[in-house]
Design a protein around this ligand. Structure first.
Ligand SMILES: [Zn+2]
Length: 253
């Protein structure tokens, strides 16, 4: 109960506020953990639609089964990276961050970076983070805000007006809650407010879990986004586009 109240309070008060000056809406697609099918079926759907997505990588899930769902392997990560998708951080061991010390979290983050570098290359850096289970406390949110360009939770909504880059809102594309009206309401919100929607899901299959998407859910969402003429960027690139609007313009005269 206390945890829920604390999260509700933290959601109200941003720790890394950025006032958005976007003059048009943005959309990002992201996959958490991530299941093998996100890297195969999901990536195929994204690439057919010329979309680059963000894959929040959990190192300890490699070649494993997480909650009965087959997870990615090392070759998947390298292929996604080479195709231009963003490989982002979702912790190494998928711990709940509430109550962890900064030292414990730093060790976990270092493990995930070493893991990604062994697959991709020693110069590789993460820019984006997603909280395991969407959970954090004031201390871990502060640390993630300092350690990454953005950190995404699971608090539902469209990022608009003053955006907390240490607690980005998200719109789950999950079988258990998806329907056409749900999708349309978030897209209308983004259009009306020049907002940024970060969709997230897990596995992609006709018989997906409740936390995943069917191929139809992804196709319908992409169709709706494209027909509204909304630009699609990775989380990293969308965040950088928002930050770029804050840079002073250099006068050449
Ligand atoms: Zn996760």
């Amino acid at each position: 109960m206390f945890a829920r109240l604390e999260m509700a309070g933290l959601n109200l008060f941003p720790s890394k506020p950025v006032v958005s000056k976007l003059t048009s809406p943005l959309v990002s697609f992201s996959f958490d953990d991530f299941p093998k099918s996100a890297a195969t079926i999901g990536a195929e759907i994204m690439e057919e639609s010329h979309i680059l997505a963000t894959y929040y990588l959990t190192g300890s899930n490699c070649q494993s089964c997480f909650e009965n769902v087959e997870q990615y392997d090392g070759d998947d990560v390298l292929r996604l990276y080479k195709a231009g998708h963003e490989i982002a951080c979702h912790s190494y061991a998928h711990p709940r961050l509430r109550g962890r010390t900064k030292e414990e979290i730093a060790v976990d983050l270092a493990n995930n970076l070493s893991f990604a570098r062994a697959l991709i290359g020693q110069d590789f850096q993460f820019q984006s983070f997603a909280y395991p289970y969407g959970e954090f406390d004031a201390s871990s949110r502060g640390l993630m805000g300092d350690s990454f360009e953005t950190a995404r939770g699971v608090y539902r909504g469209v990022n608009k007006a003053t955006i907390d880059f240490a607690n980005l809102r998200t719109v789950p594309l999950e079988l258990r809650r998806f329907n056409a009206a749900y999708l349309r309401s978030h897209i209308d919100d983004a259009i009306k407010n020049n907002g940024w929607i970060i969709f997230f899901t897990h596995d992609v299959a006709d018989n997906c879990t409740n936390y995943g998407s069917t191929p139809k859910i992804l196709f319908d969402t992409i169709q709706e986004v494209k027909s509204a003429g909304i630009e699609v960027l990775t989380v990293r690139d969308a965040a950088r586009k928002i930050m770029a609007a804050h840079l002073p313009t250099v006068s050449t005269s």
